[in-house]
Design a protein around this ligand. Structure first.
Ligand SMILES: N[C@@H](CCC(=O)N[C@@H](CS)C(=O)NCC(=O)O)C(=O)O
Length: 213
């Protein structure tokens, strides 16, 4: 069986947990606590030398990077697809997901926040402000792009009548936004899309508060 190394409140881990649930793929989960610094220990770094979660152990070897893991799942378990069928919509869906995973999330990562504190004298309040500002900036762009596509609150999921990679990336990032106290009022479309997706059983059953560790 697939083994997933995951941390309950890791948004990148949550993305993979949602994708697994949507695909109906079961996994044996191993909790890697970022609070207890399990990710920095030799045992976990032998699995992921980057010292990040998630990582999956498969029959073929170890795979890291949430979006690579999700695309591997898409290739090996094509149904239900995590993408819209139309190539242009699929590209837009990927762009949405990458904006979250490549641009918004990395600057608020635990290692970055610890470095801001250790080397630049930032306290908890300052790093929270830092995270909130980067999230708000990124969400501003995603809100504009979502409006430009003509998506409206109540239209369902972001790119299809089922959740896609965009929803998978949005919901965990919304959790982070709420954790850092981001004012979500300027992002009504993202808030509506988040509400729609997080009520889906695959999102509910894998949410941080349902997880061990
Ligand atoms: N690009 C990676 C990011 C993985 C990542 O950074 N995960 C976070 C938790 S959400 C982590 O392990 N952080 C550890 C650290 O910052 O030291 C992915 O999408 O899998």
């Amino acid at each position: 069986m697939l083994e997933l190394h995951t941390f309950s409140h890791s948004s990148a881990s949550y993305r993979v947990r949602i994708a697994l649930a949507l695909k109906g793929v079961t996994s044996q989960n191993h909790a890697v606590s970022l609070i207890a610094n399990d990710h920095l220990g030799a045992a976990y770094q032998a699995i992921n030398p980057e010292g990040r979660v998630p990582a999956v152990v498969t029959d073929q070897g170890i795979l890291t990077q949430s979006l690579a893991i999700i695309d591997w799942l898409e290739d090996t378990h094509p149904q239900p697809s995590l993408y819209p069928a139309d190539p242009w919509q699929k590209a837009l869906c990927r762009a949405f997901a990458h904006a979250v995973a490549s641009d918004i999330f990395p600057v608020q990562n635990l290692g970055v926040r610890r470095k801001l504190m250790a080397d630049f004298g930032a306290d908890e309040a300052a790093t929270t402000r830092w995270c909130a500002e980067w999230i708000a900036k990124g969400f501003g762009a995603l809100e504009t792009e979502t409006a430009r596509r003509g998506w409206q609150a109540g239209a369902g999921y972001l790119f299809a009548d089922v959740p896609t990679l965009a929803d998978i990336c949005l919901v965990p990032q919304m959790n982070n936004a709420r954790r850092y106290g981001v004012d979500l009022a300027p992002f009504p479309l993202l808030v509506a899309a988040d509400a729609q997706a997080r009520a889906h059983p695959a999102f509910l059953s894998t949410a941080p508060e349902t997880q061990a560790g």
